[in-house]
Write a protein that binds this ligand. Structure first.
Ligand code: NAP
Ligand code: MG
Length: 484
């Protein structure tokens, strides 16, 4: 075994995951009213693998006519069937979806990594099992809503329009669909244009689970398709996860209507390390918080705050650890950092790297080599960042970490909160009292203590300020889909 010198990168033999069991059709239509239907637009667009830039398939572009058809199917399914079912009967369908997802977990993980670029370790060990868990969890609530909300007259809302981003395509679909079905609503869901394939696989699973036609409709398209869903008069509920800009757009579009809305938007989380923290554990948490999954995580710990006394040690250990990270083929089981989701996103990240350098910050990038083809970015630090730096204030959504130092707890709370976002935060310290002090003052929906990026279907997730409103997950995740 070679000694672990600071700049040493482990060399592993390639361990690619087999992809022959992942069946991707050359072309996908729209899943409307339980059938695969040709788009009225007659047009299809390509979805590529960002790690090879090769085309994987082409998917239908839904236009307004298709959106109308999908919403009409959802409305009919709601009125004629779904809202009349007992919770226990709805649960049977949802449990079935969860079980088929588990049976097809391998295939889903491979397709998620191919289409979106995330490492197979992540899609296999996190995205797919957590997505199935969401269905299991909400299936459990379907017949117990009266215990969740005792002495209330509960009613579903009707048709839910659900729009999701590209960073956790299957998991976001599960976050959206599972609570909607459990509470008796029907669904039209649109995945992001660059990662439609696992949502379409989920449509196949829904077919296999024998859901009544129209209860879940999955349509693909661009922003225009999403906008048509939002503006449709027969939609009673909009659940959106994506950027703050589009979220603001949607909020304007529904102003003056009775549509219920939840927005899960951007983030710029503070990850705070005190001088009494377990440093090695914290370094691992920092790496997990920003570099795994290419920083394509809305709750990524993208702003590191280190207490002055341990700053030099933390930064050195972080650099050493970054040099061991393997960037490359998402389907290789050794890969830590996969491909950036699209060329546009890589260009955006590169623009921020330039901005940080122009702002005079010290840049550190790991010594790894990047694959020649595909969209990749080295894990990057900006050391000595100022609170006013654009790379500190704006969401980059890539493997880029800014580092600021602090002296007192009051100072770090002030700095951590002084940002338009408030989705999540992390704190590393030996003292429970510090954790309590900080968690009560942080304006963030989730605060992780001595860990990072931990998710569970039972636990609510959502933002403060420009990170959005409404909660998904847990009992709280049922509220937005019910009338009381
Ligand atoms: P995005 O551009 O806002 O897109 C999100 C979804 O909205 C996509 O399906 C997109 O379709 C659709 N869309 C675009 N314009 C629309 C419009 N005018 N009306 C209705 N729908 C529209 O976000 P993204 O770039 O895919 O995702 C990255 C962002 O999501 C980041 O800001 C990240 O922080 C945020 N995010 C937040 C959470 C959370 O839980 N808070 C979780 C994950 C991601 P097309 O893709 O076809 O354009
Ligand atoms: Mg793709």
């Amino acid at each position: 075994m070679k000694p672990s010198a600071p700049d040493f990168q482990w060399e592993y033999a390639p361990a690619p995951e087999a992809r022959d069991h992942a069946k991707i059709k050359p072309q996908y239509d729209l899943f409307i009213n339980g059938k695969w239907q040709k788009p009225a637009s007659k047009t299809y667009f390509d979805t590529i693998s960002p790690s090879t830039e090769q085309k994987l398939s082409e998917v239908a572009e839904a236009n307004e006519k298709d959106v109308n058809a999908a919403i009409a199917a959802a409305k009919k399914a709601y009125n004629t069937y779904w809202k009349k079912l007992t919770g226990a009967d709805r649960a049977k369908y949802i449990f079935r979806i969860a079980r088929v997802m588990q049976e097809r977990a391998r295939e889903l993980a491979v397709i998620e990594s191919l289409d979106g670029g995330k490492p197979i370790r992540e899609s296999r060990d996190f995205d797919v099992p957590t997505a199935a868990n969401h269905f299991f969890y909400y299936a459990g609530w379907a017949d117990k809503l009266n215990y969740a909300f005792p002495n209330r007259r509960l009613q579903p809302l009707g048709v839910a329009a659900q729009i999701i981003p590209w960073n956790f395509p299957l998991l976001m679909a599960a976050w959206k669909i599972a609570p909607a079905l459990a509470t008796g609503n029907t669904v039209v869901l649109k995945p992001a244009e660059s990662t439609p394939l696992t949502a379409l696989k989920l449509a196949e699973i829904i077919e296999e689970a024998d859901l009544p036609p129209g209860v879940v409709n999955i349509i693909t398209g661009f922003g225009k398709t999403g906008a048509a869903m939002v503006n449709h008069p027969d939609v009673q509920k909009i659940a959106f996860t994506g950027s703050t800009d589009v979220g603001k757009h949607i909020q304007k579009a529904v102003a003056g209507t009775t549509k219920k809305i939840t927005l899960e938007l951007g983030g710029k989380a503070a990850n705070i390390v005190f001088d009494d923290a377990p440093i090695n554990q914290a370094v691992e948490g920092i790496v997990n918080g920003i570099f795994f999954n290419q920083g394509h995580v809305c709750c990524a710990g993208s702003r590191l705050f280190v207490q002055e006394g341990v700053a030099a040690e933390v930064i050195q250990k972080l650099k050493n650890r970054m040099n061991t990270l393997i960037v490359g083929d998402p389907l290789d089981k050794n890969t830590d950092i996969g491909a950036i989701n699209s060329k546009e996103q890589l260009d955006r990240i590169k623009a921020y790297l330039k901005i940080g350098v122009e702002e005079g910050l010290e840049l550190f990038q790991s010594t790894c080599t990047l694959p020649k083809k595909g969209f990749f970015c080295k894990p990057t630090l900006f050391i000595g960042a100022a609170q006013s730096s654009r790379v500190v204030q704006e969401e980059i959504f890539g493997p880029v970490l800014t580092i600021q130092t602090f002296r007192t707890i009051e100072e770090v709370i002030e700095k951590a909160n002084n940002i338009p976002y408030g989705l999540s935060a992390g704190v590393w310290t030996d003292k429970g009292s510090k954790i309590f002090n900080l968690t009560t003052k942080m304006r963030a929906g989730v605060v992780w203590a001595n860990t990072y990026n931990k998710f569970d279907p039972t636990s609510p997730f959502g933002g403060y300020k420009e990170s959005g409103f409404g909660r998904e997950g847990g009992l709280h995740g049922l509220y937005p889909y019910l009338k009381f």
